[in-house]
Unconditional design. Structure first.
Length: 570
């Protein structure tokens, strides 16, 4: 097989695309560039760009089929929303594909309008895309910090830049003669992306800059429609809107490219908007602080902005924009990483639904949550997040999640409230909790209670159900075949067998139906810890609640885990 190296992932993790056959076999006989990849939304846009760049140099017929899933995997009827489809298309074209197609039988009128927009944009610059040379050495894009946060500690204060285009952006330039095309995609779900574009190799003269995506010209000043070559060499500030926003800039000699009619975009106004935008946000840097507890803006892996809950014993970073998941969890004394989100399905305290089957990985689980409250009370920090589910299968359920960190110890408690606000008279669901811990580089063991006592489960067994627990009709068939174990309690643990560090996950009710652990066959240290509740039928206006505690335990033996459980409420 062939292994093609991709750009490094979060934390410098090396990533590879593996083909089960040599890529030279597809140079002549096939016109399909890419295999199907399992992802959606922002993840699929990034994959379209990175995979296409990795493969196009190895094949001659560069056509990219953009797989949109099997219907139930996406939370908009017919697939992803139009903005995401457009971004996928442009990710593939900027990556080097000569065309794109879809594996999907049905589009909504809104999606078709976005696809038509993409085709119109591509038609304007298709000669550069097809005949131009990618990655010209004279075109650079310098990421500019999106925002600064002002931190204070006693008499000391400092500013911290939070995400920029380097963390949440894709871009590529192409050249054809004295023309340049620069395409940019902003994957951040909430913030504009700013960058300084420099074109250093143009001959002396005047150049028109056209924003193909907006069909507007850019101008260096009012009343002047063309840039001098030295102005482009020094650089101009450009912006890209959030949520898979696309910006396409064509640069060509003034005599070859006429600006569109209408009011131009003034470059100084973009630069001034950035200067206003990047000023330190002093009011929101610390959301709550009392005693030795705080909730404040900080940085998560990859330089992404996060809300950081800090106590004397631990640090918990939460990304509301990434499904309200805990993306980094660290113990302080001694310093020890407990979990870090490196992949698109990683994270701790991720909310999913095992039933109905159509709600599996619907897209809601990685969509943004609203920050409802951040407060400290009774020596505990409370961060409350909320999201209305968009999957048609979930009938508009409202999920409110509160992450609780106490001043002492290394527990993280999660409180979940699911409401059926209507209009559906009854909403059926089975809540599903998903965690990926990273206690060490060793293959961890999964421990759970059985009739014979705490058992370190064989890695080949995936699903452990309660005795006689029914199978949810319509669910994935592999689950029925992988029910290889029986669990008798309400807890599961992941433990490093080398030094004994463990995370003890205790469900506090109502009882779960089964526990589950997924593992990466290529990375034995990468296991998930998950559990699924029984199917619930919730009437309009009613709430269903559950809670669970994640307890980090350094240097614990397998047989000791039951003695470290929380006491049952009296």
């Amino acid at each position: 097989s062939n292994m093609i190296e991709l750009p490094a992932g979060a934390g410098g993790r090396r990533l590879y695309l593996t083909f089960p056959f040599p890529t030279d076999r597809i140079q002549e006989g096939l016109d399909v560039l890419e295999p199907m990849w399992y992802d959606h939304g922002v993840g699929q846009v990034r994959a379209a760009f990175e995979w296409t760049r990795a493969i196009t140099a190895r094949v001659k017929c560069r056509f990219a089929p953009l797989f949109l899933g099997q219907g139930r995997e996406f939370y908009y009827t017919g697939g992803d929303p139009g903005e995401v489809l457009r971004a996928m298309n442009w990710a593939a074209l900027l990556g080097g594909a000569d065309g794109y197609g879809y594996w999907l039988t049905e589009f909504s009128p809104l999606q078709l309008s976005w696809l038509a927009r993409t085709n119109r944009e591509a038609a304007v610059v298709e000669d550069i895309l097809l005949d131009g040379a990618p990655d010209p050495a004279d075109v650079t894009l310098e990421p500019l910090p999106q925002r600064h946060v002002l931190h204070r500690a006693g008499q000391t204060q400092w500013t911290q830049a939070v995400p920029d285009f380097a963390a949440d952006g894709l871009w590529r330039g192409s050249t054809l003669g004295n023309r340049r095309l620069v395409g940019m995609i902003n994957l951040d779900r909430g913030l504009d992306a700013y960058a300084r574009l420099k074109v250093a190799g143009l001959p002396t003269g005047r150049y028109t800059v056209v924003d193909v995506s907006e069909q507007r010209g850019m101008a260096p000043a009012a009343g002047r429609l063309a840039f001098a070559a030295d102005e482009l060499r020094a650089g101009i500030v450009v912006s890209v809107p959030p949520r898979c926003g696309v910006r396409l800039l064509e640069i060509a000699p003034e005599a070859e490219l006429a600006p569109p009619a209408g009011e131009p975009i003034l470059a100084p106004e973009i630069a001034a908007a950035y200067e206003q935008y990047r000023r330190p946000d002093t009011e929101e840097s610390v959301l709550a602080q009392r005693g030795k507890l705080s909730i404040a803006y900080g940085l998560a892996p990859g330089g992404q902005a996060a809300l950081v809950i800090e106590s004397p014993a631990q640090q918990v970073a939460v990304r509301p924009e990434d499904g309200g998941a805990i993306v980094q969890w660290r113990a302080k004394d001694p310093p020890q990483p407990i979990g870090t989100a490196l992949g698109p399905q990683d994270g701790i305290a991720l909310d999913l639904f095992w039933g109905p089957p159509d709600a599996h990985w619907s897209g809601d689980e990685k969509s943004a949550y609203e920050v409802v409250a951040a407060k400290i009370h009774g020596s505990k920090a409370y961060l409350t997040l909320r999201q209305k589910k968009q999957s048609p299968a979930l009938n508009g359920l409202m999920l409110t999640k509160t992450i609780v960190v106490a001043e002492g110890g290394t527990d993280v408690q999660v409180l979940v409230d699911i409401e059926n606000p209507g209009p559906a008279p009854v909403a059926s669901f089975a809540y599903w909790v998903h965690h990926v811990f990273r206690l060490s580089d060793q293959a961890p063991e999964i421990v759970m209670p059985t009739a014979a006592g705490p058992l370190a489960a064989p890695l080949g067994e995936l699903v452990w159900a309660k005795p006689d627990e029914p199978f949810i009709a319509g669910n994935e068939q592999w689950e029925r075949g992988q029910r290889n174990g029986t669990v008798t309690g309400e807890w599961i643990a992941q433990r490093d067998p080398g030094i004994g560090n463990a995370v003890l996950c205790q469900n506090e009710g109502p009882p779960v139906a089964q526990f589950y652990s997924w593992r990466d066959a290529q990375r034995p240290d990468n296991l998930s810890v998950e559990w699924m509740h029984r199917l619930v039928k919730l009437e309009a206006g009613r709430h269903w609640t559950t809670r669970y505690t994640l307890r980090y335990l350094p240097g614990v033996k397998t047989a000791e885990l039951p003695s470290r459980l929380l006491r049952a409420p009296e």
